[in-house]
Design a protein around this ligand. Structure first.
Ligand code: MN
Length: 226
């Protein structure tokens, strides 16, 4: 597993979010992902949880981070900041990535070069889904499962606790995220109660594979320019 700390994370699209780090609008309505993700969960998740992460992060950034420091510069060195900045900064950026990876018009299967890379790495789309599902189920408590690109261009699945992102220097396995699922209970408890597996199974109906492909091409470009 390579170390993307040497990759130029400044080129990641998320790094174009500038101070004061306003929330991006959701790219669809709260009820657009019904029946898989319900409208009340989406509204609460975006307008309460994500907004709180953003507001708290901005406050801690104001206290801790030199003005003008880019988001990715913070995350590359996030271990030097306090836990509040890590948790809220991660919460802010992880949800920003997650919303764009969902769509009511999913192709239901990978497309483009990322599809070839997923097939070559995992043998089949079903195998990939099984391993991603296992990572999402295996995360005890709160966190995320990820498909990432390592610095050598290979793909790997990981999970992170709490609000850790794969590009943070504290991530156990570091990489550039291509796909993710939020497995905090606030993502699914209103509709699915304790049934995380059902939530993950329905997630596959909503994956924006065009966005996965866009992230794949962006990651390849970033790794080729370091
Ligand atoms: Mn969440």
């Amino acid at each position: 597993m390579g170390n993307p700390i040497n990759a130029n994370l400044e080129l990641l699209s998320e790094n174009q979010i500038l101070y004061p780090f306003d929330l991006m609008p959701l790219p669809y309505s709260y009820d657009a992902l019904e029946p898989y993700f319900d409208a009340l969960t989406m509204e609460t998740h975006y307008d309460k949880h994500h907004r709180a992460y953003r507001n708290n992060f901005k406050n801690f950034y104001d206290q801790e981070v030199p003005a003008g420091t880019s988001l990715m510069t913070v995350f590359k060195h996030v271990s030097t900041y306090n836990t509040n900045t890590i948790n809220n900064g991660g919460g802010f950026i992880n949800h920003t990535i997650f919303w764009k990876l969902l769509t009511p018009n999913s192709s239901l299967a990978p497309i483009g070069d990322s599809a070839n890379s997923i097939m070559n790495t995992f043998g089949s789309f079903d195998n990939f889904k099984q391993q991603f599902h296992a990572a999402a189920m295996g995360r005890f408590g709160s966190g995320w499962a990820w498909l990432n690109m390592a610095v050598d261009g290979s793909l790997f699945i990981s999970s992170t606790p709490n609000q850790v992102s794969p590009f943070m220097d504290i991530a156990e396995q570091q990489g550039l995220p291509l796909l993710t699922i939020d497995v905090w209970e606030h993502s699914y408890y209103l509709k699915y109660k304790n049934l995380r597996a059902d939530y993950i199974n329905n997630f596959w109906n909503l994956v924006n594979w065009a966005e996965v492909e866009r992230r794949f091409q962006e990651a390849k470009k970033i790794l080729s320019t370091k």
